[in-house]
Design a protein around this ligand. Sequence first.
Ligand SMILES: [Mg+2]
Length: 142
Amino acid sequence: MGTFRVLIVDDEMDFLETIVNRLLKRKIEATGVSSGEAALAVMKEKEFDVVLLDIKMPGGMDGIEVLREIRKNQPLIETILLTGHASVETSIEGLQSGAFDYLIKPVKFSELLEKLIAAFEKKNAQEQKIRGAKIRGIIGFE
Ligand SMILES: [Mg+2]
C-alpha cells in the first residue's frame, strides 16, 4: 500500500487534533484544517485520497458546500461527512451530492478507520478502472 493521505476538516479543535494524532500513529498521512476555505486551499497544494468533512462549521462555507466543490474539482477524492444527530437530514443531502458515507458524532475511532479504509479502497478501484480504460484505448481493444 502506498501512503494513505487523509484531510480532516473540523472547526472543533480538540476533535481535530485528536483525530489527526490518532491517524498519524497509524501511519496515515493526516492533515487537519478548521474551515471549508482552508480545506479547498490546502487541496490545491497537496494531494489527498479521502476527506473527512464536518458538516456544521461557522463562517463562510458549510460541509455540504465544500463537498460540492470537491466533487466538481476532484471527483476521484472520496469524502466522509461528520455530523451531529440533529443534522442527519443534511447527511442524506450529502450522500445525494456524492459523499462516500457519513459518521455521527461522537465517532468511534474503529468505525472511523473502517470507513476511511473503505473510501480509500473505492478511490483505488476507480483509479484502476481509469488506468484500464486508458490502456484499452492505447492498444485499441475497446
Ligand atoms: Mg462543527
